[in-house]
Design a protein around this ligand. Sequence first.
Ligand code: T5A
Ligand code: NA
Length: 214
Amino acid sequence: MAPLSRGMLIVIEGLDRAGKSTQHARLCQSLESQGRRVKRMRFPDRTTPIGKSIDAYLKGESQQEDHVIHLLFSANRWEAAAQIRNAIEEGTTVVIDRYYYSGIVYSAAKGKADLSLKWARDPEIGLPRPDVCVFLDIAPEAAAKRGGFGREKYETNAMQKRVRELFYELIATSDGLDICVVDAGRDVEEVEKDVMERVKDVMKQPKMTQPLTE
Ligand code: T5A
Ligand code: NA
C-alpha cells in the first residue's frame, strides 16, 4: 500500500484528569520516533484573545452565559481550523488534546433544556473531522483521586459523571463520531500501548479528510 501523503488528524479525549495530556505527549513522541512530522495542539488554546476569556471563565475569574461560553469554545477551534487543514494537507500529522467532542458534551452536560447535544454540535459542523478520536475512559471517582482535581469550573463529580454518560451517547450515534474507547484507569504504559494500537488500526485504513456534518 502506498504511504498516505496527507497527515492524519488524531484526537485524545476524556474526562478531566483521565490522562489526556500524558498520553498526548507520549503518542506525539512515538509518532515522531517513527519519522512522522507531528503538530501538537490542544483545546482550549488559552493563548489567543478568545482563549484568554475561556481561561478566566474556567478559573472562576469571570462569568459567561452558558450559550456564550459554548460558542467561545467553538470559536477557539474555528480560529485554528485553517491551520489544522493546512498541516494535514502538507503531510503533517496533527494530534490534538481535546476537540469538539469536549465542546459538545461539557456544554450539554449542564442540563439546560435549550442546550441539547444537537444544539451544541451545530457550531462544530464544518470543522476538520478526525481520522480517530481516542476516548480515555475512566470512572469520575478514579479521576478525582489524581493530582490537581477540583480547581476548575467543571471539576465536580456530578458534572464528570454526566459528561461520561454523554460521551457514550455520542458513541451510540450512527457513525459513533469516530470514537474508540480505551480504559484509562490502568498504568500509564498499559494505556499508552492501547492508544498506539488504536492509532495503528486507523493508519491501516485511513478515512478521507472531511468536515464534520450534521
Ligand atoms: N472544555 C474544553 C469545554 O467545556 N469545552 C470545550 O470545547 C473544551 C475544549 C479545560 C476544561 O474545559 C472544558 C473541559 C475541561 O473541564 P483542559 O485544559 O484540557 O480542559 O484541562 P483538564 O482536562 O482539566 O485537565 P488535565 O489536563 O489536568 O487532565 P488530563 O490531561 O486528562 O490529565 P493529565 O495527563 O494531565 O494527568 C493528570 C494527573 O494524573 C496523572 C498525571 O501524572 C497527573 O498528575 N496520571 C496518571 N496517574 C495514574 N495512572 C495513569 N494512567 C495516569 N495518567 C496520568
Ligand atoms: Na490536559
